[in-house]
Design a protein around this ligand. Structure first.
Ligand SMILES: Cc1ncc(COP(=O)(O)O)c(C=O)c1O
Length: 420
């Protein structure tokens, strides 16, 4: 068993875990260092130095591999996951003034990307058991101006793509899958991202594949792929002169150095995903012994969970501490945690005060976000938290230590509640 025995929670003065207790993230191999060094020495750090589809480009090689990995025909890498959503929405035909349904429980980029292209995010509620968009709630928000749905596969768990697909068909809507947290996740044996019209991923530092920053768009639609290529490349088109620009847009290119890192990340990703699945199963068994922590039910239609986070809820009465206090106690222990999104997206000052700048402001078309109300998100925000994905890359002993730690915190709940 673990050599590091503890008697008192760290928040009450006990020792925190040594920093090497939990698997380090991100992981770097000697092979990664060699590949990055080769790119550095080559001086070819920008993909624009290569012909658009040249396999000498690390970015092209990564795009091809990532598309295969996600059962998609095309992939276009870009600067980050936020830019990827913006590009995907625009490439899929969303126009200024269009309404886009977005779940109110997500990272803010799922909604701000809509504003960045002049669209209006319309917030819908989530399902209690999945934290993903509730199709019934989404349907209630559809109007004649609705053009698209941004679906978020929250924490790596795919949303109900059957129901959302039917909704899109019924109302002729575009589906953008924000899969920033869901690399390799599967709904009914289909990997997320290209189930809908277009999907996006993030490679920011905490994500299950990372290059510090980075993003990608995947799709089976050649027109969306072609437009996405232009939109990350200052409006250039493949096969046209370099200084001929077709669209007003940004430089959102990924660098060759980032792509070299991502090739190594991709090589290890499937094995790490399998490990997270296995550990999540064991953690669920162990956590069943903790009174007051509620875990999410499994669903056989989720044939592969991405496990970016291991999410659960804290019942203050049953557990003895509220979510925020448990988060503080785990932070003091040095456990990699996710504190939960504290408020529904629409409660951010950005929406309450409509600080949209020049974007998302179409005269005569606006929404009063102060009257938006998604009861499930409002109920779940104060009680939801999770463990970070690298906790699931450790040993069984790591997980046992984690659960012992939570139980120890619970045992001292009364003292902890008095001190915070
Ligand atoms: C659900 C979701 N969407 C979008 C993003 C934005 O990705 P990035 O940070 O790479 O811009 C993130 C992560 O940060 C995310 O978790």
């Amino acid at each position: 068993m673990n050599a590091f025995k503890k008697s008192k929670p760290a928040i009450l003065g006990g020792n925190p875990f040594p920093s090497n207790t939990w698997p380090r993230w991100p992981f770097v191999s000697e092979e990664d260092i060699r590949r990055v060094t080769d790119v550095l020495k080559s001086g070819n750090w920008c993909r624009a130095l290569f012909a658009p589809d040249s396999e000498e480009s690390m970015t092209v090689r990564f795009e091809q591999g990532f598309a295969r990995m996600h059962q998609a025909k095309y992939a276009v890498a870009c600067a980050n996951g936020t830019a990827a959503i913006e590009i995907a929405l625009r490439a899929a035909g969303v126009q200024p003034g269009d309404e886009v349904i977005v779940p109110a429980y997500s990272f803010v980029a799922s909604a701000t990307a809509v504003l960045q292209i002049g669209g209006l995010p319309v917030f819908a509620d989530i399902e209690r058991d999945t934290y993903c968009l509730d199709p019934a709630s989404a349907e209630r928000y559809i109007t004649a101006n609705t053009r698209a749905i941004v679906v978020v596969h929250m924490a790596g768990r795919p949303a109900n793509m059957d129901a959302i697909g039917e909704l899109a068909k019924k109302y002729n809507l575009v589906i953008v899958e924000d899969s920033a947290q869901a690399h390799m996740a599967e709904w009914q044996r289909r990997r997320v991202g290209a189930i809908g019209d277009v999907g996006t991923f993030s490679f920011q530092n905490s994500k299950n594949m990372t290059s510090g920053e980075g993003g990608i768009i995947i799709t089976d639609n050649p027109d969306i792929a072609e437009m996405s290529y232009s939109l990350q490349h200052i409006g250039r088109k493949k096969g046209r002169p370099f200084y001929e620009h077709h669209y007003a847009c940004w430089n959102y290119r990924l660098t060759e150095i980032q792509a070299a890192i991502l090739i190594g990340q991709m090589d290890r990703a499937e094995e790490q995903n399998r490990k997270r699945q296995e550990n999540a199963k064991y953690l669920k068994q162990l956590m069943a012994s903790i009174k007051g922590l509620e875990m999410l039910p499994d669903d056989p239609r989720v044939t592969n969970h991405g496990y970016h986070l291991y999410m659960f809820r804290v019942d203050r009465e049953q557990f003895g501490l509220d979510r925020d206090t448990l988060v503080k106690a785990l932070a003091a222990e040095g456990v990699p945690y996710f504190g939960g999104y504290p408020i529904p997206l629409y409660k951010n000052p950005l929406f309450q005060e409509k600080n949209f700048g020049v974007n998302g402001f179409i005269e005569g078309k606006t929404i009063d976000y102060r009257s938006t109300h998604c009861p499930v998100v409002e109920q779940l925000c104060p009680v939801t938290m999770g463990f970070a994905q690298n906790v699931l890359l450790g040993t069984k002993e790591n997980l046992e230590m984690l659960v012992e730690t939570v139980l120890r915190i619970q045992k001292h709940a009364y003292e902890i509640a008095k001190t915070v």
